[in-house]
Design a protein around this ligand. Structure first.
Ligand code: SF4
Length: 240
């Protein structure tokens, strides 16, 4: 069978077993996403990658690519929904970009720019959650966590450790650290873990490395997020 599908009038080939997101990334077609990472099992929770597949609204990261699919991605209506999701993420946490170490390397910020968001558009909630700075090399700022669960999946699948989990429900959902004390310093986390690198925002950060690269010269300052189709290249270490 001819393994070809169509995204926004562009025919792309895919390999059997790929999701729509994987096929799009391989073809250099950008579908906005935050909880997807090419090296980690998909989760489908951030809802940014929702696309119209033959008229049905489906997450691109968990929907298998199938021959003949007609997919709408970069449309006004889908981007309006993505803007609203992104705005909600911004105001729900501490994502004040000028005050964040991650600025320029932050996927949330880069997606916001792609969607044309230059202001929150909703009332800020100004959370006052904890910061776990107990680990010698890694810091976790709960105020910036968007609950994408990439660190949870990376720790389990790539590091073989299960350092992180999600606790609570709804607005009380939060990252939980697998240690009796609940603190990073007592967990099995190491600075070499992939879980530390995959955070798309400024929640999980390496210490002692702040501002080594000046703002304006960082990954997304140089590479607009839609340029490579795959938005996660900086999380794999392809930093400029
Ligand atoms: S700490 Fe980062 S990677 Fe982990 S769930 Fe929060 S935003 Fe995602």
């Amino acid at each position: 069978m001819n393994n070809t599908l169509c995204i926004d009038s562009q025919d792309i080939s895919f390999e059997s077993g790929q999701s729509i997101m994987q096929a799009a990334c391989a073809a250099g077609v950008f579908i906005p996403h935050l909880c997807f990472h090419p090296d980690i099992s998909p989760h489908g929770s951030c809802r940014l990658c929702m696309v119209q597949v033959d008229g049905r609204l489906l997450p691109a990261c968990t929907t298998p690519a199938m021959a003949g699919q007609k997919i709408e991605n970069n449309t006004d209506s889908l981007n309006a929904q993505r803007r609203l999701v992104t705005q909600m993420l911004f105001v729900e946490g501490d994502h004040i970009c000028p005050g964040c170490e991650k600025t320029g390397n932050c996927q949330l910020q880069a997606v916001a720019y792609f969607l044309g968001l230059l202001e929150p558009g909703l009332p800020q909630m100004y959370p006052t959650r904890n910061i776990d700075a107990s680990h010698a090399d890694v810091l976790l700022d709960f105020n910036r966590c968007i609950l994408c669960e990439l660190c949870v999946r990376a720790s389990r699948e790539m590091d073989g450790k299960n350092v992180f989990a999600i606790g609570g429900r709804g607005q009380h959902a939060h990252i939980v650290i697998n240690a009796t004390s609940g603190r990073l310093k007592d967990s099995a986390l190491s600075i070499e873990d992939r879980a530390v690198d995959v955070c798309p925002v400024g929640a999980l950060m390496k210490k002692h490395q702040a501002y080594q690269k000046p703002i304006g010269q960082r990954f997304y300052d140089q590479n607009p997020i839609d340029q490579k189709g795959d938005a996660n290249s900086h999380q794999r270490g392809e930093k400029t």
